[in-house]
Design a protein around this ligand. Structure first.
Ligand SMILES: C[S@@+](CC[C@H](N)C(=O)[O-])C[C@H]1O[C@@H](n2cnc3c(N)ncnc32)[C@H](O)[C@@H]1O
Length: 219
C-alpha cells in the first residue's frame, strides 16, 4: 500500500523549505531503502507518519546552530531529516555498521545535504574525540545506557534529545540515577507534534549540566 500522506498539503506546509529534500528522501527510502534492507517493506505505507514527520518535529527541541551527532542513525532517522530541517547545524550521522554508513553517505550526497557527514563507529568510541552541542537518538538503547553513551559527547549546556514513544516515562524513572551521575540535569518528557490526525512523538530532553570535575572546581 502506498503512503497516504504523499503529496498531502499539510505535510508540505509543516516541513516548509525542507519539504523537497525530504520528499526525495521518502522516494529513496521507498525504493532503495527497502531493497537494501534499511527499512522494512511494511513501513512504506507509513513512512511520513511514523518516520519522517516525527523526526522533523524533533527539530523544535534542538539548537539551530552548532554541531549535532545522531547516534545510531541507521537509515538516517532522525539525522538526515534534521540536517534538512536545520541547515545551519553541522550534523554528524554516526553508526557502527559499514552497510548503513555507505547508505548514509550516498543519501546525503544525493540530497545535497552539505551540512551532514557520516562517521563510522560506536558512540562510546567517540568519547574524548567529539564534543557537540546536541545529540539525538532513536531506537538505539534504553535511557540509562543512552545517557552513559552520549553525555560525554556533549558540551556543558548541550542537549540530548531521545525519541522514545510510550515507554518514555518508565525509561526515565529507571534512568534518573545514571543520568545524574553523568552530569545530566532533570530529564523532561515532551510531545513533538506534527499535523492533525498524526500521533505525536514522545521525546526525552536532557541537558548536560556538569562535565566531570567542573561542579567541584566551581565550588
Ligand atoms: C534499531 S536501529 C535504529 C536506527 C535509526 N535510528 C532508526 O530509528 O531507524 C539502531 C541503530 O543503532 C546503531 N547502534 C547500536 N549501538 C550503537 C552504539 N553504541 N553507537 C552508535 N550506534 C549504535 C545500530 O548499528 C543501528 O543502526
Amino acid at each position: 500500500m502506498p503512503d497516504p500522506l504523499v503529496d498531502d498539503a499539510r505535510v508540505v506546509e509543516f516541513l516548509g523549505d525542507a519539504y523537497p529534500v525530504l520528499a526525495r528522501f521518502h522516494e529513496l527510502l521507498t525504493s532503495q531503502g527497502v531493497l537494501r534492507g534499511l527499512i522494512g517493506p511494511h513501513e512504506v505505507s507509513r513512512l511520513w507518519e511514523r518516520h519522517l514527520l516525527n523526526s522533523a518535529a524533533v527539530a523544535a527541541f534542538l539548537p539551530t546552530s552548532g554541531r549535532l551527532i545522531d547516534v545510531g542513525s541507521g537509515a538516517g532517522l532522525p539525522g538526515v531529516v534534521l540536517a534538512a530541517m536545520l541547515p545551519d547545524v553541522e550534523v554528524i550521522l554516526l553508526d557502527p555498521m559499514e552497510r548503513r554508513c555507505e547508505w548514509l553517505t550516498e543519501v546525503i550526497e544525493q540530497l545535497g545535504l552539505t551540512n551532514a557527514s557520516v562517521r563510522r563507529g560506536r558512540a562510546e568510541e567517540m568519547h574524548g574525540e567529539l564534543l557537540v552541542d546536541a545529540v539525538t537518538a532513536r531506537a538505539v538503547a534504553p535511557m540509562d545506557r543512552l545517557g552513559r553513551m552520549t553525555m560525554p559527547l556533549l558540551v556543558k549546556g548541550g542537549v540530548l534529545v531521545a525519541l522514545k514513544g510510550r515507554q518514555a516515562a518508565v525509561e526515565v524513572a529507571k534512568a534518573r540515577g545514571a543520568l545524574k551521575k553523568m552530569g545530566a540535569g532533570v530529564p523532561e518528557i515532551l510531545e513533538a507534534r506534527t499535523i492533525d490526525g498524526v500521533e505525536s512523538t514522545t521525546v526525552v530532553r536532557v541537558v548536560r549540566e556538569t562535565v566531570r570535575g567542573s561542579s567541584k572546581s566551581k565550588a
